[in-house]
Write a protein that binds this ligand. Structure first.
Ligand code: GDP
Length: 200
């Protein structure tokens, strides 16, 4: 898929304030600093669409972007901040749960995982929650250029093996690097395919 245009639309405090659900929508989420903004920018061929390295935990909003006038990308606030209060965490949980379960045009959630690490409890817990809510998702292993290929492959395998302990089917997954533009074409092709299905 060719990216002809991409633009920021709005940041919303909850799903009821989001743009009208008239186009397929793809959400991106992961731990803070996992590389989410960088990935969105890489996919859209932009250097500044999503803001990288925001103050952790500060922005608790659902950020909408429109791509090719055809579909939405949503940058969701990340999880796993050490410094947020109990109240902020509860607000985040409510906002994310409502958005994920009630946004009617949400086609797929891309869950970003840092490819440099062993399976992390927080990521697994989040994914299991998506499973309970029956929300379709894919895994995106980020920052693949930061370690050698062998380590990245071992970490991906180890993550999928961890999932196999409780999941009957594994989700599809992508390995990405914004530095090398790895994974871009595959993710965009996947989105293009889902966009077609949305029309039917
Ligand atoms: P976010 O908090 O999840 O939105 O993460 P950012 O996109 O702000 O990225 C966090 C840091 O990781 C920044 O310094 C990025 O430049 C860096 N980063 C993100 N993706 C990659 C990648 O694929 N390769 C490398 N080498 N660095 C990355």
């Amino acid at each position: 898929m060719e990216i002809k245009s991409s633009a920021y639309i709005i940041s919303s405090p909850d799903y009821t304030k989001c743009p009208s659900p008239d186009r397929p929508e793809y959400a991106f989420i992961g731990r803070s600093n996992v590389g989410k903004s960088s990935l969105i920018n890489m996919l859209c061929n932009s250097s500044s669409l999503a803001k990288t390295s925001r103050t952790p935990g500060k922005t608790q909003l659902l950020n909408h972007f429109i791509i090719n006038d055809d579909f939405y990308i949503v940058d969701l606030p990340g999880y796993g901040f050490a410094k947020v209060s109990q109240k902020q965490r509860k607000n985040w949980e409510k906002m994310i749960e409502d958005y994920l379960r009630k946004r009617e045009n949400l086609v797929n959630v891309f869950v970003l995982i840092d490819s440099r690490h062993d399976p992390q409890k927080l990521d697994i817990e989040f994914i299991n929650q998506l499973g309970k809510w029956q929300i379709p998702f894919s895994l995106v292993f980020t920052k693949a250029d930061k370690e050698n290929q062998k380590t990245v492959s071992a970490n991906v395998k180890s993550f999928l093996n961890k999932m196999k302990e409780t999941w009957q089917f594994l989700p599809n997954h992508f390995v990405t690097s914004v530095v090398k533009k790895t994974g871009r074409e595959k993710i965009l092709a996947f989105i293009a395919e889902m966009n077609e299905e949305f029309k039917i």
